[in-house]
Design a protein around this ligand. Structure first.
Ligand SMILES: C[S@@+](CC[C@H](N)C(=O)[O-])C[C@H]1O[C@@H](n2cnc3c(N)ncnc32)[C@H](O)[C@@H]1O
Length: 179
């Protein structure tokens, strides 16, 4: 699904285009993320940074009544900017933010969509991916932004469940869902 195919009432507001225009890759991954978020009720995000993906998901939540839970340990020092952006766009009612490392964070529910945008080494991915996948609804989807590694190898440990990977652009964005 593309933003251009959406009915007018589901398209993101002009402020979102103006905001995301500043971010490299905005044309592709954030538009795809927005369309995925429209179909999800409960969404989890790892890696908030200054909030481009966060605002994107929250704009979709504002349309649908969905909710976003985000985690970032703020090693980037940019989370205050994200918080300001969320408030500035009137999106805070749909957002739960926790400053934490995903390796220490306890996920408490299952999600329809999980968005991951962090830099992690292979050993960390081997812990993070199974943890996230065990909190994915059966029909849910994980969207990993710019992963540098062969992620299918990292989830061989998830017992008894097989997953489909779709790498869909040159920037190593990929989606993961149950086979
Ligand atoms: C590339 S930025 C996220 C950008 C954001 N998705 C956007 O579109 O603006 C990556 C973020 O992940 C956070 N991060 C990195 N490793 C993390 C970890 N293990 N747990 C939680 N946050 C982490 C960093 O603090 C940083 O803010």
């Amino acid at each position: 699904m593309f933003i251009s195919d959406l009915p007018d009432e589901l398209k993101p507001p002009q402020r979102w285009f103006d905001f995301c225009h500043k971010r490299f890759l905005a044309a592709g991954d954030l538009k795809a993320l927005y369309c995925m978020a429209l179909k999800a009720k409960h969404i989890f995000e790892v890696g908030v940074g200054q909030g481009y993906s966060t605002v994107t998901v929250l704009e979709a939540c504002k349309k649908t009544g969905g909710l976003l839970w985000s985690v970032d340990d703020d090693r980037s020092g940019k989370c205050e900017v994200a918080i300001r952006n969320v408030v500035r766009f009137g999106l805070k009612d749909y957002w739960f933010f926790r400053k934490a490392n995903i390796l220490d964070y306890e996920l408490r529910r299952k999600y329809d969509l999980i968005y991951v945008d962090i830099t992690a080494n292979p050993e960390e991915w081997k812990k993070i991916l199974p943890k996230l996948l065990s909190h994915l609804e059966d029909n849910g989807e994980v969207f990993v932004h710019a992963a540098k590694y062969d992620l299918p190898k990292m989830i061989e440990d998830v017992a008894g469940i097989s997953y489909n990977f779709k790498h869909y652009d040159d920037h190593l964005n990929c989606t993961i869902r149950r086979s």
